[in-house]
Design a protein around this ligand. Structure first.
Ligand code: ZN
Length: 235
């Protein structure tokens, strides 16, 4: 059986591939990677190749479309408009996402479910959440036209099968900058025992009791054991 990953749990690149049943995840956009959903990888690190943003209050993501990489010496993908299809007519990943949005807005289907994984640092990943793909726009980024896909935190959490009550608390979005700060401050270790595997970003004061995700002061790294011990105490 596949490992089920919780939101704000910290996983390695390999664990992420195992969860999704693939050898590698080389593309950022993976339409229908699994029969029920798509997968995208995002990063808000300063050196990230694409400009993704998230409204931490509404949980809405603007996910930048991806470039088509050609094997050509004079090809400058960052200066070329992003494409929905290739000259052959074959849809790019952008094009597949757009098709799903069009069907959804025409009322022909429910929104495509998208699992969003976030790269916090090299080798440090976490599941941002399950989102609905609801809209897109085409914007000029100053050099060329790019797609921006709009993803909204999904109320359909059927993909989260693990312990739903505990999950609700963890569903609250922790901003990337807070995750980066907490990871550095806590040295990539459980703050109680120093464990370096199976870590979670934990709300010190639970969200349900008024704790916030928006400052690193209320977020810390806990191993699975201490995270579970804490949940048991709170209940
Ligand atoms: Zn611990």
């Amino acid at each position: 059986m596949n490992k089920v990953v919780g939101i704000n749990e910290i996983i390695s690149y390999r664990e992420m591939c195992d969860i999704e049943n693939v050898q590698t995840l080389q593309r950022g956009m993976n339409f229908r990677l699994n029969p029920d959903y798509s997968v995208v990888l995002m990063s808000q690190r300063s050196n990230a190749p694409y400009n993704d943003s998230i409204n931490e209050i509404t949980g809405e993501i603007e996910y930048e479309g991806h470039d088509v990489l050609k094997k050509s010496y004079d090809h400058q993908p960052k200066l070329e408009d992003q494409l929905a299809s290739l000259p052959s007519g074959k849809l790019t990943q952008n094009g597949k996402f757009i098709e799903a949005i069009k069907k959804y807005t025409l009322g022909k289907r429910s929104p495509e479910l998208v699992k969003v994984y976030e790269k916090v640092f090299a080798g440090v990943w976490s599941l941002k959440g399950i989102f609905d793909l609801i809209d897109y726009k085409i914007v000029n980024d100053g050099k060329r036209f790019v797609f921006k896909f709009i993803l909204k935190l999904s109320s359909d959490q059927k993909l989260n099968t693990e312990n739903r009550d505990r999950e609700i608390e963890h569903t609250r979005i922790i901003p990337s900058s807070v995750k980066q700060e907490v990871w550095k401050r806590d040295g990539g270790k459980c703050v109680i025992c120093g464990e370096t595997t199976n870590l979670h970003f934990d709300h010190d004061l639970p969200y349900s009791r008024g704790g916030t995700s928006l400052t690193s002061k209320n977020v810390r790294l806990l191993c699975m054991k201490h995270n579970l011990q804490k949940s048991a105490k709170v209940e």
